[in-house]
Design a protein. Structure first.
Length: 274
């Protein structure tokens, strides 16, 4: 897909995120909307996956370490064809396939159940180590939140990934600067992220997390590095694409009402679903 086609996928995913959260009445829009371009690039341009065979052994793996941003992963998987899009409208409902955090046993395309922050990243490291041990050509991609970096287990995993020279691991930090309680630097400072990962032995790149050119260029550079995992620190806007959600910590975990949903859909180009 070219950049224009990826942009179209991103708009569809944003609409689906807003709509599924409106219908569910709960969930996490802010950090889902900030990661749309990253997942659009991965699922529609970069990763080698087969929606008709979700457990294909030779596939690339993706781990959403910040599991509360499940709506963005569900939107990508549905758009890719792993399951019918109608499943999105049952988000968080009793008996639904799609609950508030990703679950690998029942949801096609989910490679790891996540929710407890830091554990998904640790699992991604384990996946990459296993694939390297098996001499597999598959790659592992992971997405962390910047607030998630406050978890000690993240840095244990980062140390292990460097020690085992996991060049098949590429991770992203969704660096939007906000978490549920406010700005990261007021809650528990995580700066300087790039210097910290470099100190832990990672190859570190930066990118505009809403620019497909920069995202894809960083991923291609990551593939060329040998003997090191790569962390792409992606500068993003929490709630990206919906004006009243952008840069607002209050939209970390709040669903839109009908008026807010309608406004968001208008800003994104019109309502697609009723």
């Amino acid at each position: 897909m070219n950049h224009e086609m990826l942009e179209q996928k991103a708009v569809i995913m944003r609409k689906d995120i807003v709509e599924m959260l409106y219908k569910s009445g709960s969930g996490h829009p802010g950090g889902s909307l900030s990661a749309v371009e990253i997942l659009s690039a991965l699922y529609f341009k970069v990763m080698n996956v087969d929606e008709k065979n979700p457990r294909w052994q030779e596939r690339d793996r993706f781990v959403l370490s910040k599991g509360h941003a499940a709506p963005v992963l569900y939107a990508a998987l549905a758009e890719k064809g792993f399951f019918p899009k109608s499943e999105l409208w049952n988000l968080r409902k009793i008996g639904s396939l799609l609950q508030g955090h990703p679950e690998m046993k029942n949801i096609p395309g989910v490679d790891m159940s996540t929710g407890s922050l830091g554990q998904g990243f640790s699992t991604a490291v384990g996946m990459a180590l296993g694939l390297k041990t098996d001499n597999s050509n598959s790659r592992v991609f992971a997405l962390l939140g910047d607030g998630e970096l406050q978890e000690g287990i993240v840095w244990e995993a980062a140390m292990a990934a460097s020690h085992y020279k996991l060049e098949n691991l590429t991770a992203f930090v969704d660096y939007n600067g906000l978490q549920i309680d406010g700005p990261n630097e007021e809650v528990m400072g995580v700066h300087p992220v790039t210097d910290k990962f470099k100190a832990f032995g990672w190859n570190v790149l930066t990118a505009d997390g809403h620019d497909f050119g920069e995202i894809l260029e960083a991923i291609e550079i990551a593939k060329t590095y040998k003997g090191k995992p790569t962390m792409i620190v992606a500068r993003t806007v929490k709630g990206k694409g919906v004006s009243f959600m952008e840069d607002q910590a209050g939209w970390h975990g709040k669903a839109p009402n009908k008026e807010e949903r309608d406004q968001a859909m208008n800003e994104l180009g019109g309502l697609d679903h009723e």
